[in-house]
Design a protein around this ligand. Structure first.
Ligand code: FAD
Length: 368
């Protein structure tokens, strides 16, 4: 298992690989240890928003249009209303999670990152971490071990965890995508999230607060969607996952920093988890270069602010049917205002833009 490393990344999912690439580019020796082996799959909506693609490019990972399916915006659909908006500059791409993982692994390997698969980390020690029962020395440790992070627990950072948990099921259908947008179908306290992936493949995720929710039963509550999917066979096994709104008071402790879902997460409905973790990875690499993790803490807090606000707004629509119907009617009447909300969601904008959008959105709500 070698002599140890300067930076040990626990978890080789998208966040861990992004951190490994960004930190390696700063000149550190980096090792990633993951308990599984690639390509690692996970229940995910598989929609890469424009900001997520920009983060990947900064890491040197390019997803070509032919590797997935381009989508031009977001469409909200409920029993009576359809509202949609396009991204202002760049499109998004739907891509299978396993392909994204493969491409990130290749990039990490090309950068010179040491990759240890089938290697669970079982604890932290004073000088590093326990891998396969032996201490693996490391100066810095990055905990990128996902939403149920053990690194977070070992560091005592769980104490500040506050969460709002929901449950998701994902399926791939061998169906030609009928949509050029990511579709969010709003049902009663449940959403279906549809991402076009390829010529003959569509990803569907159902999300609800009910842990007993299963795909077949829940899909019946979305008859239009069920009709679109009725011709297709499944092209993957059904996979479940939890998604949560989690905020931590601190994301580092001593020489250990948390990243990605381990460092707090936004509900899957935002489609923001991957993009957020890529931006965190770049910020963490900057902080490690100066040796000051407190700098990472403040950037991490700032990066989480916008996705957190958007997620809370969307969860409000999940909780209140009357509010959701009113909002969808307002957005359908004024696609311009929906476009502005989308622009706020997918990229930083000026406070003047935020203020004007809030006023227009408020007016649409009153008159809807
Ligand atoms: C239903 C659903 C839909 C989503 N849809 C989207 C979407 O459309 N777009 C988007 O951007 N985001 C989406 N997200 C969010 C996105 O999937 C997550 O934010 C992202 O997976 C976080 O990556 P991660 O690397 O932090 O965690 P993970 O992907 O969970 O990776 C953690 C890794 O750590 C490893 N690990 C765990 N414990 C150990 C250990 N002790 N030792 C070694 N390795 C360990 C695991 O094997 C795993 O590989 C969705 C999430 C859900 C649940």
């Amino acid at each position: 298992m070698g002599q140890g490393t300067e930076v040990l990344v626990v978890g080789g999912g998208p966040a861990g690989l992004a951190a490994a690439i960004a930190v390696r580019k700063k000149g550190f020796r980096v090792t990633v240890a993951d308990g599984e082996k690639p390509p690692i799959d996970k229940a995910c909506g598989e929609g890469l928003l424009p900001g997520t693609l920009a983060g990947l490019r900064e890491l040197g990972v390019t997803i070509h249009a032919a590797e997935g399916q381009i989508f031009r915006g977001i469409r909200f659909i409920d029993e009576t209303t359809t509202a949609e908006a396009s991204f202002s500059r760049e499109n998004g791409i739907g891509v299978r999670r396993t392909l994204l993982h493969k491409k990130m692994v290749e990039r990490a390997r090309d950068c010179g990152v040491d990759l240890l698969w089938n290697t669970p980390v079982t604890g932290l020690s004073r000088d590093g971490a326990f891998l396969a029962g032996r201490v693996f020395p490391a100066k810095w440790i990055i905990g990128a071990d996902g939403i149920h992070s053990r690194v977070r627990r070992w560091c005592g950072l769980d104490a500040s965890l506050r969460g709002d948990v929901r449950f998701a099921q994902r399926r791939h259908h061998r169906v030609k995508p009928w949509t050029d947008c990511v579709e969010v179908h709003w049902g009663r306290k449940m959403q279906a999230y549809v991402t076009p992936l390829a010529n003959q493949e569509t990803c569907v995720v159902l999300i609800s607060r009910d842990p007993r929710m299963r795909f077949a039963g829940a899909l019946k509550k979305f008859p239009k969607l069920a009709a679109n999917l009725s011709d297709g066979q499944l092209s993957s096994v059904e996979r479940g996952a939890t998604t949560a709104m989690c905020e931590l008071a601190r994301v580092y402790c001593g020489n250990v920093a948390l990243l990605g879902d381990a460092s707090g997460s936004v509900d899957a409905i935002t489609g923001e988890g991957l993009g957020l973790s890529f931006r965190q990875a770049l910020a963490l690499a900057d902080a490690l270069e100066t040796g000051k993790l407190e700098k990472y803490q403040s950037v991490h807090r700032r990066l989480a602010r916008r996705p957190n606000v958007m997620a809370r707004l969307l969860l409000l629509l999940d909780r209140s049917g009357p509010l959701r119907r009113r909002v969808l009617r307002g957005l359908a009447k004024d696609p311009g205002v929906f476009g502005r909300v989308l622009a706020l969601h997918t990229k930083e904008n000026s406070s003047a833009f935020l203020a004007e959008t809030t006023v227009r959105f408020g007016w649409r709500l009153i008159t809807a």
